[in-house]
Design a protein. Structure first.
Lengths: 293, 424
């Protein structure tokens, strides 16, 4: 298990028919860091996210997640096609068949990576607290018999789930809205609820897809604080896509810049700010200008 | 609604006039012209009465809706379909008083009702079971299943064929049929549950038809359209027949005169108990992780996957539990009819069950129970209009979809009282 890097992306390639959305993307994310993935529109940021979280099957390359005390290959758990060698070794055949039949993006989450979405995907007709309880599906007592008979163990597990849910509601400042429908919340509250929901699955790395989109400056400020809380108090690694450069430069330890499906720069905020390639990608040819998008 | 309220009588009068005119047009030819051999008599008096009643009624209604109370009522009505509400934490349901009452009345029914009424109520309860089963699949998990009748058929034929071939009676087939139907649900479900929406609906529609066609055409096993007879339940081994080949019958054992209503009473009581058990299990399931997962899946499948829920297994569990309830209903149907044949399991039945769920309110238990009784008991009460049954049924659906698109009973969600948050 790789102690230093929680996520290692090597030569990631993603093609949609003839369109090459990602060409050879390579980067590492350090454990306990806040990293940002930036780039102009259409650079392939969300495609990288979808590959990392298992919503797209990458065309090629490797994604290695070291969380929960084990290494997980994200490409493998999504189910790969059979190879000739599988027909010789029954063990590898069985494992590939298992992932082909039961594999999928849910295994990525169970391996310790959770995500939020660019266009908020809450369970709109369920209450706020229920949204968080659903997220703890893998942590509660799922036995049908225990649930129907309402046994002690079941009650205890439910109680703990509720406590955990209220804890995260406290972190995102939504305790007063616990019994409202998720769809009734304001936009900013929905964004925060989605982060709380992602955190309820006990991830080691959380991927936030444009968390500050549509937020006003004071809400963005609060979000920045919250992301720091995630990193400092919960040892969670944060990877985010964001267009708000002020916020990105403020919180990230490490920035990966994508353009046209390729990594054009990697490094700390100061390096990126002065990188001529990045400036060119954002502003066109004019060199020497500050990135202030 | 603090605006000044004054009744505009001119508007009311115009409303009344228009309503009266429409009543005249509508009732004039129907009521006013009475055929008499080849000629006809005009009956102005009756038409005048009807038109007057309609016009006065419209006037009163129009005036009332302009008063403060009326406006409040209209306002509330206009906002009545705003969706789901979350109950405050610690909400005490009135059901605590209603349920014992319903159980008491339900237990009295077999002793006071006539045999005919009892059979109608049994049919109603069978549809309650079917509605509850489909409600899990459609209402909670959001999977449109148009072939639910297939599982119903598996339950019914399971009893009939199990008795014929293996000598299994009602009591052993009751759980086996439920398991059999769940198994069929799993076999159907596993390959198709990766699709959703319309595609799933078409595949399940096909499944229902396949089951019916197999039952019709595999004559050597199922006896085809001729059907199979199904056994009656036994009371601790005592049969409900007039005479029994082996051992005593119910009426001989208790020394009472034979009455064919006894078997219906017994079926009713068993069915009543099973329906309550299913209601209880459904009530628990909704609050359990699995029930939450079903509803979450209905809301957003992609989000579910991102939270570590295996969407195929969650759907499969909904499908299997729904199917097993359908199988139970099938067993009761077969034993109640004493005979099954494929014509009882047409697509119309699937549509009827789906109508029960939609009419009752997706995901609402109480609504489904009410709707199931409405749709099975009402046609019995309106025997004279039997030919127009499907037409009335269609009109009812259209009217419901316009006025109450979320069904008779709206879904409410439980509230949770705030706790101190702890994380481990």
């Amino acid at each position: 298990m790789n102690q230093e890097n929680i996520l290692a992306v090597e030569n990631l390639v993603m093609h949609f028919g003839g369109i090459k959305a990602l060409n050879d993307v390579t980067f590492d994310i350090k454990r306990g860091s806040v990293s940002a993935l930036i780039g102009p529109n259409g650079a392939g940021k969300t495609t990288v996210f979808n590959c990392l979280t298992g919503f797209y099957k990458a065309t090629g390359g490797k994604i290695q997640l070291s969380a929960g005390g084990k290494e997980t290959s994200i490409i493998k758990v999504l189910g790969e096609p059979f190879k000739a060698t599988d027909f010789i070794s029954p063990a590898s055949f069985a494992s590939r068949l298992k992932y082909k039949m039961f594999g999928g993006s849910h295994l990525v989450n169970r391996a310790g990576l959770s995500r939020t979405f660019q266009n908020i995907r809450l369970f709109k007709e369920m209450s706020v607290i229920e949204n968080l309880l659903v997220a703890q599906h893998m942590l509660v007592n799922r036995s049908l018999i225990a649930g129907i008979l309402n046994t002690k163990g079941y009650k205890k597990a439910e109680e703990e789930a509720l406590e955990r849910a209220f804890y995260w509601l406290g972190v995102v400042d939504l305790v007063d809205s616990a019994n409202r429908l998720a769809g009734e919340l304001s936009y900013g509250q929905q964004r925060r609820l989605e982060i709380a929901r992602a955190m309820c699955t006990n991830p080691e790395i959380v991927c936030l897809d444009e968390p500050a989109a549509g937020l006003n400056p004071s809400e963005t400020e609060a979000l920045t604080k919250m992301i720091r809380v995630l990193r400092d108090e919960h040892n969670t690694t944060v990877l985010l896509i964001e267009h708000d450069m002020g916020m990105v430069m403020d919180i990230s330890d490490y920035i990966v810049v994508l353009d046209h499906g390729e990594v054009i720069a990697k490094g700390g905020p100061d390096d990126i700010k002065s990188n001529p390639k990045v400036i060119a990608a954002y502003l066109g040819a004019e060199e020497g200008e500050e990135v202030t998008l | 609604m603090s605006q000044a309220v004054g009744i505009n009588f001119k508007k009311s009068s115009v409303d009344a006039f228009i309503a009266g005119l429409m009543a005249l047009v509508l009732f004039g030819p129907i009521v006013g012209v009475v055929l008499d051999g080849y000629g006809f008599n005009a009956e102005f008096g009756r038409v005048a009465w009807i038109v007057a009643v309609v016009a006065v009624g419209r006037f009163v209604m129009s005036s009332f809706l302009q008063t403060e109370k009326g406006i409040a009522l209209a306002f509330r009505y206009a906002n009545s379909d705003d969706g789901v509400t979350v109950l405050p934490p610690g909400h005490k349901s009135k059901m605590i008083w209603i349920i014992p009452l319903v159980i008491a009345v339900g237990l009295l029914i077999p002793f006071i009702a006539s045999k005919y009424v009892l059979t109608v109520i049994i049919l109603g309860l069978i549809y309650v079971l079917l509605g509850l089963g489909l409600n899990i699949v459609v209402g909670l998990a959001g999977l449109l299943d148009l072939g639910f009748v297939g599982f119903y058929a598996i339950g019914a034929y399971g009893l009939a064929l199990g008795y014929e071939n293996l000598g299994l009676g009602f009591w052993s087939m009751l759980p086996i049929a439920a398991i059999l139907a769940a198994f069929a649900g799993a076999i159907l479900g596993f390959p198709v549950l990766r699709m959703h929406g319309d595609y799933l609906a078409i595949v399940t529609l096909g499944f229902g038809e396949i089951i019916r066609l197999i039952l019709t055409n595999w004559a050597s096993f199922t006896h085809g359209p001729n059907g199979v007879s199904a056994p009656l339940p036994t009371f601790f081994g005592l049969e409900f027949k007039r005479r029994s080949r082996d051992g005593e019958t119910f009426h001989e054992f208790f020394n009472i005169p034979y009455d064919s209503a006894y078997k219906y009473m017994f079926i009713y009581i068993v069915l009543f108990a099973v329906v309550w058990a299913v209601l209880f299990i459904k009530h628990r399931l909704v609050k359990m992780p699995i029930g939450r997962a079903w509803e979450a899946l209905r809301e957003d499948e992609i989000a579910c996957r991102s939270l570590g829920l295996n969407h195929v297994l969650v759907k499969l569990s909904a499908f299997m539990i729904g199917a097993s309830t359908g199988g139970l209903a099938g067993v009761f149907f077969a034993t109640y009819q004493g005979f099954v044949n494929p014509s009882s399991f047409t697509f119309f039945e699937s549509a009827l069950i789906l109508a029960i769920v939609v009419l009752g309110g997706m995901g609402s238990t109480l609504g489904v129970v009410i709707a199931a009784f409405c749709l099975t008991v009402l046609p019995e009460m309106l025997r004279e209009f039997a030919e127009y049954r499907v037409l009335m049924f269609g009109i009812l659906m259209v009217v419901m979809m316009i006025w109450k698109p979320r069904g008779i009973v709206r879904v409410t969600r439980t509230g949770f009282s705030p706790k101190k948050g702890v994380v481990k």
